[in-house]
Ligand binder design. Structure first.
Ligand SMILES: N[C@@H](Cc1c[nH]c[nH+]1)C(=O)O
Length: 361
């Protein structure tokens, strides 16, 4: 790893590039209020944030990123449209891989602009790509909005759609739920017994859990309603599977998705947006014919993404995390906007990784 002073200098260089694109500097505290903000990141980051408590301020965390604080500040007092840049450390616990850093610099570029969100997607991608300079990187792109639209369009209960949507970011649990909802995997014996019991509370087991009796009853009711729901059809599951497996260059992926959309009209609008984004990227000089699109890309990162997602990876270095990542997070502005919202998209570069790659390490 390059020494910190060099990383800081590289961060300053990148930040100056983003300022030259018209972004204003943004600063935020290292300690952030965890109770208000932590849930917005989703499970992965929630498990990896360093949280501590403060008698006066309640739970505090070392900032896991800048996007959430930027959105909070913009929604509170930002003028529109706005472009922000920042450079600073973020902190994430690493439990499985001791070689991954738990504290690293990020330099970001964030766009809050309602004029032409598709073009803002392309702008952020191309500004980040040029900031990465000559490094040999592979770009991956995806679109969480297509997956959300696919789930929203399923012929099933709202409760099931809600559960599937929540687990878009947890591919294995998503799979398990889909298998259960479609009848591909059998109902577990314990669940069957619970639902068949005339009085599930009979049997004398002491009520020792954290949940109240009313909560347990409500859960059993929800499980009963779910058991009565018709299975999601094999046809829909196959279409969803086909969608999740799309992984090719952008123009081919688009064609493939258009085919799927014929049988799955719910994704039609999102696929149209993808087509317009491809044009916008092309207009900005991106070689879209060589750009990868993976429908499942972004399913394990920040849970606030709800549209375009992308990342840049060092070729031949699967051991390294992404050198740059980003995506669209419109819904996050709604959550923090107290009644207001604005289309927003951004990305970050990790200057430490960029230097490491340049040094051929
Ligand atoms: N905050 C994100 C990157 C990002 C910036 N803007 C949008 N996405 C991260 O730390 O992974």
């Amino acid at each position: 790893m390059p020494e910190k002073a060099r990383v800081r200098a590289e961060a300053a260089r990148l930040r100056a590039l983003f300022e030259a694109e018209g972004a204003q500097g943004f600063e935020t505290s290292i300690l952030q209020p965890a109770e208000v903000l932590l849930d917005l990141y989703g499970e992965d980051i929630r498990a990896r944030a360093y949280v501590t408590s403060d008698a006066l301020r309640g739970e505090q965390m070392l900032r896991p990123d800048f996007t959430v604080p930027v959105v909070q500040a913009h929604m509170a007092y930002g003028a529109e449209p706005a472009r922000y840049t920042y450079a600073g450390e973020v902190f994430r616990r690493q439990e499985d891989d001791p070689d991954r850093e738990n504290e690293f610099m990020q330099v970001g570029y964030e766009v809050f602009d309602r004029e032409n969100p598709i073009d803002s997607d392309a702008e952020v991608f191309s500004v980040i790509q040029s900031a990465l300079g000559g490094a040999r990187l592979r770009a991956a792109t995806g679109d969480i909005g297509i997956l959300m639209a696919a789930v929203a369009g399923l012929q099933t209960t709202d409760a099931r759609k809600k559960a599937l949507r929540r687990h878009i970011w947890h591919p294995r649990r998503f799979r398990a739920l889909l298998d259960r909802y479609s009848g591909r995997s059998p109902v577990p014996a314990a669940r069957k017994a619970l639902l068949a019991a005339a009085d599930p509370f009979a049997g004398g087991a002491p009520e020792i859990g954290l949940r109240s009796r009313a909560e347990v009853e409500a859960r059993i009711e929800a499980l009963k309603a779910d058991a009565a729901a018709a299975p999601i059809s094999e046809r829909e599951v196959k279409l969803l599977d086909a969608l999740l497996q799309v992984r090719e260059t952008l123009p081919n992926a688009l064609e493939h998705l258009r085919d799927i959309a014929v049988d799955m009209p719910a994704i039609g609008k999102a696929v149209d947006r993808l087509a317009r984004r491809m044009k916008a990227l092309e207009k900005r000089g991106i070689d879209v014919a060589a750009l990868d699109f993976e429908a499942s890309y972004g399913r394990t990162s920040m849970e606030y993404y709800d549209g375009f997602v992308f990342g840049f990876y060092a070729e031949g270095r699967p051991d390294l995390p992404a050198v740059a990542t980003g995506g669209r997070y419109d819904a996050l502005t709604r959550v923090l906007g107290q009644g207001r919202e604005i289309p927003a998209v951004g990305g970050v570069v990790r200057p430490g990784l960029l230097l490491q790659l340049e040094a051929g390490q």
